[in-house]
Design a protein around this ligand. Structure first.
Ligand SMILES: *[C@@H]1O[C@H](CO)[C@@H](O)[C@H](O)[C@H]1NC(C)=O
Ligand SMILES: *[C@@H]1O[C@H](CO)[C@@H](O)[C@H](O)[C@H]1NC(C)=O
Length: 510
């Protein structure tokens, strides 16, 4: 198999090869196919800390992940850090070349707050940071690849963390000030903005933020502030940029499916959905706004029983409810997996009290036969279908951007048949939801390439491209799934029986 590296001469050779050896095996010729809707867009996602590296280069200051991984050596297994990651700060041109090889319509990446604003505030804009993102965006536009930008993807400035981070009520202003700078710098070319990625993970399970110590209090303060931060950034765009820039702004929420263990567990499954994602979706996408009623009542009741003078869940003022309600032009949805939910007597004393899990009061698990052999990833695509159907029914069929979906392998290698099979099955489930009326506009795979996967470091591999971390060169090599994805983009058809011919080099086509 031919491999592509950053070398220009080789790339040119490959281009010629591509032109003469385009195999007929690549042409779709099966009856078991489904067409994607006209205008449907395909892309791939990454985030700054997970791929850029260059953590202390050219004026960038420290974020919470830089801090925690340095302060506690071997904080993660394998002692991984994002110091170098996939080295995309230096290899962005190769990244864009990969986008061309795949034929992506768009690429979703994130801006590092501390690369743009080293003080955390707009008093000083870091020229080198600005240049990096300008170069990346312009390189993509040169090839008609649409940039889609996440403003916050897990990497809060450490200086802000030291004064409470997402629990400090001022954080919504700090964030919207940062958002304004990004709109100003890049909004002439960037028309799709994601304010925050996965607020639930930010508030409830980010290893670097340390909120775990005060669960049941800090995570709810964070939830309120994250929602206000999003609402204010949306307002900034509306008031100052929408008329001239004419783009879209939304948020990205991770949405798992929780299947009731038995018919009797429907209530438990509903509760976990309300706590895990309803707390972020309901305030923005429901007609009434605010946190879900059931969540408010549950936490108020428990707080009173526990001797708190008021609910541990903070209130939104009526003005705040209105700021957040409807503050999205689309619903950014990340989906990976499905698990089972139930509750019985064994739950008594299972969770610390007070805590988020004690408030939720549900047990979840993933059956072994749903798990893949190479990671904890599940292959349960009907869960994706059910999530999409529920969002359509419960929230008035909002326009949906699938901002992440993908398969984790802890084995790696180029022949990723399980990833390909996962993608076929999940794309199929998405097409089923579309055919029943879900307004899904685009699909973005996680991820373009292997990267630093937070708590599991480099052990978890999600890439269409494998990254070589040991050669010192970070070469990106297309996996079998890259060939598959490329074919989907080329044909705009899902062919369940498609088998890539990997003897033909993957390369951009003209
Ligand atoms: C994933 O699920 C699909 C649909 O049920 C199935 O066809 C496929 O074989 C599964 N793949 C793996 C690796 O389990
Ligand atoms: C990484 O590169 C080294 C040196 O070229 C090579 O020996 C190794 O097999 C590569 N690893 C992967 C995973 O491709």
């Amino acid at each position: 198999m031919l491999q592509i590296n950053g070398d220009n001469v080789k790339s040119h050779l490959l281009l010629i090869l591509c032109a003469i050896t385009l195999s007929t095996a690549e042409l779709h010729k099966d009856t078991q196919t489904k067409k994607f809707p006209d205008g449907f867009l395909f892309g791939a996602s990454t985030s700054a800390y997970q791929i850029e590296g260059a953590w202390n280069v050219d004026g960038k200051s420290e974020n919470i992940w830089d801090h925690i991984t340095h302060k506690i050596p071997c904080f993660l297994s394998n002692c991984d850090t994002g110091d170098v990651a996939a080295n995309s700060y230096y290899l962005y041109k190769r990244d864009v070349e990969m986008m061309r090889e795949l034929g992506l319509d768009f690429y979703r990446f994130s801006i590092s707050w501390t690369r743009i604003l080293p003080t955390s505030f707009p008093d000083k804009i870091n020229e080198a940071g600005k240049n990096y993102y300008n170069n990346l965006i312009n390189e993509m536009l040169k090839y008609n690849i649409t940039p889609m930008v996440t403003l916050y993807h897990g990497d809060l400035p450490q200086k802000l963390q030291q004064i409470g981070g997402w629990t400090n009520p001022e954080v919504s202003k700090w964030f919207s000030d940062y958002a304004r700078v990004a709109f100003e710098l890049f909004g002439d070319r960037v028309k799709h903005w994601f304010t925050l990625n996965e607020p639930k993970e930010t508030c409830n399970q980010d290893y670097a933020t340390g909120f775990r110590d005060l669960s049941g209090i800090a995570d709810y303060l964070c939830a309120k502030n994250v929602l206000l931060a999003h609402g204010k950034a949306y307002e900034v765009y509306n008031n100052e940029f929408r008329a001239s820039q004419n783009g879209n702004v939304g948020i990205v929420v991770s949405v798992k499916w929780y299947e009731p263990e038995t018919e009797k567990e429907i209530d438990a499954a509903e509760d976990v959905a309300i706590f895990e994602w309803g707390q972020f979706i309901h305030p923005i996408f429901s007609e009434t706004g605010d946190f879900p009623k059931k969540m408010k009542e549950r936490i108020a009741k428990k707080s009173a029983e526990q001797g708190f003078p008021s609910s541990r869940l903070p209130n939104f003022s009526p003005e705040e409810v209105e700021l957040v309600r409807g503050s999205a032009d689309f619903f950014g949805l990340n989906h990976y997996s499905t698990c089972i939910a139930y509750r019985n007597e064994s739950i008594n004393g299972l969770y610390e009290s007070p805590s988020y899990h004690d408030d939720m009061n549900v047990i979840t698990y993933t059956p072994n036969d749903w798990k893949s052999t190479e990671s904890a990833s599940t292959n349960v695509s009907w869960g994706f279908y059910k999530v999409l159907t529920k969002i359509r029914n419960d929230y008035g069929n909002p326009p949906i951007y699938i901002t992440e979906n993908g398969f984790n392998s802890e084995i790696g290698g180029i022949l990723d048949d399980n990833r390909m099979s996962y993608l076929k099955s999940y794309l199929n489930a998405m097409l089923d939801a579309i055919s029943e009326g879900s307004d899904i506009r685009l699909y973005s795979i996680w991820s373009l390439m292997d990267n630093f996967e937070w708590g599991t470091g480099y052990k978890s591999k999600y890439g269409l491209y494998e990254v070589n971390y040991t050669s010192g060169k970070f070469e990106r090599v297309p996996r079998k799934s890259a060939y598959f994805y490329r074919n989907v983009l080329k044909t705009r058809v899902l062919d369940i029986n498609f088998e890539p011919d990997m003897s033909v080099p993957i390369c951009e086509e003209n």
